[in-house]
Ligand binder design. Structure first.
Ligand SMILES: [Zn+2]
Ligand SMILES: [Zn+2]
Length: 366
C-alpha cells in the first residue's frame, strides 16, 4: 500500500473558510490505527458546520461520513476493531470508551468520556494528532473509535451512503418500531427521506407516502418512486392529508419528519398521524418554533413524539448489508464527487440549497 509521508486535509479555519493544509502522519501504537480516506459523504450537518450554524471549538477537519482503508494498525487495535491492514471500513461518527455505563448499555453516543462534543469531524486540529475528520487523505482511529468493516466488493464511494441509509433505518423503522402493514408518511425527499422509504418497506409497511416542496423536490420525488414510494406529494400544490386519505383510506401510523429549516413540517406531521401513532422528528432543523402546530391534536390523538439524533453502529451495519445487496437502486442516485479543490464551492451551494445532487462526496484522490 502506498502511503504518503504527509497527510493533506481541508481545515475549516472559521465559518465559510476551508484551507488545504498538511499534517505529519501520526505514530501508531498498539491501540490505534490510521486509514487512508477513499471518500467522505456530505450531509446537512456539513453545510451547517461550514456556515457556522453548528459552531466548532477552533479549526477542525470536517467530515463525519468517512470510508477508507486501514494502512497502519496496532496489535490490540486489530482485535478491538476486528480489522486488519488493507480492510475497507466505514468510520462511526461517535467514539466509545466501551466501559462507562452508557457504553455498556449500548448508548455510546452519550459516552461519559466522549459524547456529543467529541465526534469525528468536530474535534479541533489542536488535539493531537489532528486528523479527526474525513475531508482528508488520512484519518486517525483512536483507541475509542468504532469502525464497520465493509465488503471488499462494495464501491467505497457508494459505501459512504452507510450514514444516510443508517439514519433512514433508525429513524423510519427502529425508533418508531414500524410494523408489518403500517402506513408511513415521510416529510422531506432528501437522501435521508429516500433511505426512510427503504427502511419502512423493509419493515413491512404496506404504504409509504413521501412529501416534498416545489421544483427542486420534484426530481427527488420522482427518484423516491424508484425506491418504492407508493405516493409522492408536492405540498406546494397538493394537500398531503387529503392525498393520503384518498389513497389509503386512513392517516399514517408512523410519520417521519426529515425536513430541514421548515417551521411548518412538525404541525403537518401531527396532522398526518393517526390516533396512537408515532411522529419521529429527526436530523437537526436549524429552526425555532413550529407554525400551525395543534398541541391539542397531540393530546386528543395520544401521539408519541420522538426525537432522533444521529445513527448507531447497528443501523450502520444493516445499511452496509443493504448497499451490498443492490436490492435498491442506490447506484442510480445523482452523485456529485469532488476533490479538495471543489469542496469550498460545493459547501456554499449546499448551504444555499442550490445543489441538486442527492449524494455529494469528497474524494481526496480526485
Ligand atoms: Zn452526516
Ligand atoms: Zn463510554
Amino acid at each position: 500500500m502506498n502511503t504518503q509521508a504527509v497527510a493533506k486535509a481541508l481545515v475549516l479555519q472559521r465559518p465559510r473558510n476551508l484551507v488545504l493544509e498538511e499534517f505529519s502522519l501520526p505514530e501508531i501504537t498498539d491501540d490505534d490505527a490510521l486509514i487512508e480516506v477513499e471518500a467522505c459523504g456530505l450531509c446537512g450537518t456539513d453545510h451547517e458546520q461550514f456556515s457556522g450554524i453548528l459552531p466548532t471549538s477552533g479549526p477542525v477537519i470536517p467530515g463525519h461520513e468517512t470510508v477508507g482503508r486501514i494502512v497502519r494498525i496496532g496489535q490490540n487495535a486489530k482485535l478491538r476493531f476486528k480489522v486488519d491492514i488493507g480492510d475497507l471500513v466505514a468510520v462511526e461518527v461517535f467514539q466509545s470508551c466501551r466501559n462507562c455505563q452508557y457504553c455498556l448499555n449500548g448508548d455510546y453516543r452519550h459516552c461519559n468520556h466522549h459524547g456529543l462534543f467529541d465526534m469525528y469531524g468536530f474535534i479541533p486540529t489542536s488535539k493531537p494528532p489532528s486528523l479527526w475528520g474525513g475531508y482528508a487523505s488520512h484519518l486517525y482511529l483512536s483507541k475509542d473509535a468504532m469502525v464497520i468493516k465493509l465488503p471488499e466488493r462494495l464501491d467505497p464511494q457508494l459505501a459512504t451512503l452507510f450514514n444516510p441509509l443508517g439514519a433512514g433505518l433508525r429513524w423510519a423503522a427502529e425508533i418508531p418500531q414500524t410494523q408489518e402493514g403500517d402506513v408511513v408518511a415521510i416529510l422531506g425527499p432528501g437522501i435521508r427521506g429516500i433511505a426512510g422509504i427503504v427502511a419502512a418497506k423493509l419493515a413491512g409497511a404496506k404504504f409509504v407516502m413521501i412529501t416534498g416542496y416545489g421544483p427542486r423536490d420534484k426530481k427527488r420525488l420522482e427518484v423516491a418512486k424508484t425506491f418504492g414510494a407508493d405516493l409522492v406529494v408536492d405540498i406546494e400544490h397538493q394537500d398531503p392529508i387529503r392525498e393520503l386519505k384518498s389513497a389509503v383510506g386512513s392517516l399514517a401510523n408512523v410519520v417521519v419528519d426529515v425536513t430541514a429549516k421548515s417551521t411548518t413540517a412538525l404541525g403537518q406531521a401531527i396532522n398526518l398521524c393517526c390516533e396512537g401513532g408515532t411522529v419521529v422528528v429527526a436530523g437537526t432543523k436549524g429552526t425555532v418554533g413550529a407554525d400551525n402546530l395543534s398541541i391539542d391534536s397531540i393530546i386528543y390523538k395520544e401521539l408519541r413524539i420522538l426525537g432522533a439524533l444521529g445513527v448507531d453502529i447497528h443501523s450502520y451495519s444493516r445499511a452496509v448489508e443493504i448497499l451490498n445487496s443492490s436490492e435498491f437502486p442506490f447506484e442510480s442516485l445523482s452523485r456529485l464527487e469532488i476533490g479538495f479543490s471543489g469542496a469550498q464551492n460545493l459547501l456554499v451551494e449546499l448551504s444555499e440549497g442550490s445543489q441538486d445532487a442527492l449524494h455529494c462526496l469528497i474524494n481526496p484522490h480526485k
